[in-house]
Design a protein around this ligand. Structure first.
Ligand code: ADP
Length: 198
């Protein structure tokens, strides 16, 4: 079994690449999705977030992620508080998935904040996905994010060069989705070889 991190800034194409890897047979886990699940209603994470940030972050009894984002992306101390609630739980949830994986599985974790959380050492291999700021910005705008939201999120993430330093493999996503798929296929072949040695 091989554990692989797929990391990149917001809008770099992690979800698209993750889907391609899943189509090829990898077990793909999205940390963004886990980070929502660990604060779902009824979880300890939910209780902790509400205790920390107050009832005003609720909408119809559930955590309103937009409201929460507005609070934490403009206040570093609050952002760290939220991360301290969410990150350990996301790691735990990922470890539980890994514990259930089979011997030959390639488990890929789409994870935006790998460098920021010094999480690289938890994985056998790291893939960084890069894309120009302009391409990322225009894709995110198409997805409905405002300039302000994009800037705030980008500010809280490290630069591309920091990610490249820790990467075993690099996906360059400045072309078409087909061009990305070609690279994903090549890297997946390599990961199969890595997995067989592991
Ligand atoms: P991330 O998960 O890293 O935030 P996504 O994979 O969601 O990024 O990509 C952001 C947006 O850009 C999505 O709407 C996606 O469909 C689009 N996108 C990603 N890569 C490409 C590409 N090579 N060409 C065109 N659109 C792309």
């Amino acid at each position: 079994m091989l554990t692989v991190a797929l990391t990149g800034g917001i809008g770099s194409g992690k979800s698209v690449a993750g889907k391609f890897f899943a189509d090829l047979g990898a077990l793909v886990v999205d940390s963004d999705e886990l980070s929502r699940e660990v604060i779902d209603r009824g979880t300890k994470g939910f209780d902790e977030v509400v205790t920390t940030f107050g009832d005003e972050i609720l909408s119809a009894g559930a955590i309103d992620r937009k409201k929460l984002a507005q609070i934490v992306f403009s206040d570093d101390a609050k952002r760290r508080k939220l991360e301290n609630i969410i990150h350990p739980r996301v790691r735990e949830a990922f470890e539980a998935i890994v514990a259930k994986a089979k011997a030959g599985d390639i488990v890929i974790n789409q994870i935006p904040l790998l460098v920021e959380t010094s999480g690289g050492s938890r994985f056998n291999k790291i893939i960084a996905i890069t894309s120009s700021i302009e391409a990322r910005r225009s894709r995110l705008k198409e997805r409905g994010m405002s300039d302000f939201e994009i800037e705030e999120r980008m500010k809280s993430q490290v630069s591309e060069s920091e990610r490249l330093k820790i990467a075993d493999y690099v996906l360059s996503n400045d072309g078409t989705k087909d061009e990305l798929l070609n690279q994903v296929e090549k890297i997946f072949e390599q990961l199969r070889i890595d997995a067989s040695k592991n």
